[in-house]
Structure formats: C-alpha cells, structure tokens
Design a protein around this ligand. Structure first.
Ligand SMILES: [Zn+2]
Ligand SMILES: [Zn+2]
Ligand SMILES: [Zn+2]
Ligand SMILES: [Zn+2]
Ligand SMILES: [Zn+2]
Length: 157
C-alpha cells in the first residue's frame, strides 16, 4: 500500500507544502517542530546536520565564531563566558598581547606567567630591560616612555 502523501503524524495533507523525513515517514514542519531539537542560539528546529556541544543542540550554521562568523563545528575553538571564538580570533581579539613580543598571551604552557603593569602585559620571559636585556620579572624595574629598564640602565637615560 502506497503511503498517502500526508503527514504521518497529524495526517495533514502535504501536497504543495514543505515537509521533512522523520524515521522514514513524511512529516509536516509543524509536527517536526514538536519532535525536533531546538537550536540554543536561534531557537528554531534543527532539521539536519545539527551539532551538539555541551549537551546543547545547535545548527551547524549557528555554532560560529562570534567575531568572524566562521563555522566552528569540527574546528578548534575557545569558549570565553559562553562566547565562542575560532583560534585566530581568540588570538587576535581576546587573548592579551604581550607588549614585548606582540604575541598573544594565551595562558597555556610557556608564557602563562604574566607581568602586568600600567594596563600592559608581558610574558614573563619577555619582560626585560630595553637596554641591557636583563630579565626583570619579579625584579625592580623602571617604566619610562612605555619601555622597561633595569634600575642601572634607567640611571643613564
Ligand atoms: Zn504533521
Ligand atoms: Zn540555530
Ligand atoms: Zn573567528
Ligand atoms: Zn612576549
Ligand atoms: Zn638594563
């Protein structure tokens, strides 16, 4: 017996309407909406290719970097207070940049120790005297015209 062209669940005719397949049956969008998982971002039913992150359903199209809108499914990304960033945006916009080497301070591995002063941050291994290059992390230093100097070099400025 051929299946009639109506919704398997509510029997609404589907002629000329949009519908989806659910468990091998035709299903109208209204019914599908009732069964479907709803994307935590846009609140719409996920018809296909949804992803799950931390037990929450998302459209693959909705799970994107907040900065550049690149899709994050299957990519490395970083979550910061419920915002998701691709690796590049995280490096460029979120992580603090070291005032010495201009590279991001990621907080992981080498360079997780940070020297912060006057709103600027340095990797501890980048915090050295502008003149003689002695490392000044946890030492006395002089901050002069946005540059760091050891007390000896500071005297000769
Ligand atoms: Zn239906
Ligand atoms: Zn969505
Ligand atoms: Zn991005
Ligand atoms: Zn650095
Ligand atoms: Zn010095």
């Amino acid at each position: 017996m051929a299946e009639k062209f109506d919704c398997h669940y509510c029997r609404d005719p589907l002629q000329g309407k949009k519908y989806v397949q659910k468990d091998g049956h035709h299903c109208c969008l209204k019914c599908f909406d009732k069964f479907a998982k709803h994307c935590v971002k846009c609140n719409k039913a996920i018809t296909s290719g949804g992803i799950t992150y931390q037990d929450q359903p998302w459209h693959a199209d909705c799970f994107v970097c907040v900065t550049c809108s690149k899709k994050l499914a299957g990519q490395r990304f970083t979550a910061v207070e419920d915002q998701y960033y691709c690796v590049d945006c995280y490096k460029n916009f979120v992580a603090k940049k070291c005032a010495g080497c201009k590279n991001p301070i990621t907080g992981f591995g080498k360079g997780s120790s940070v020297v912060a002063y006057e709103g600027q941050s340095w990797h501890d291994y980048c915090f050295h005297c502008k003149k003689c290059s002695v490392n000044l992390a946890n030492k006395r230093f002089v901050f002069h015209q946005e540059q760091v100097y050891c007390p000896d070099c500071a005297k000769k400025l």
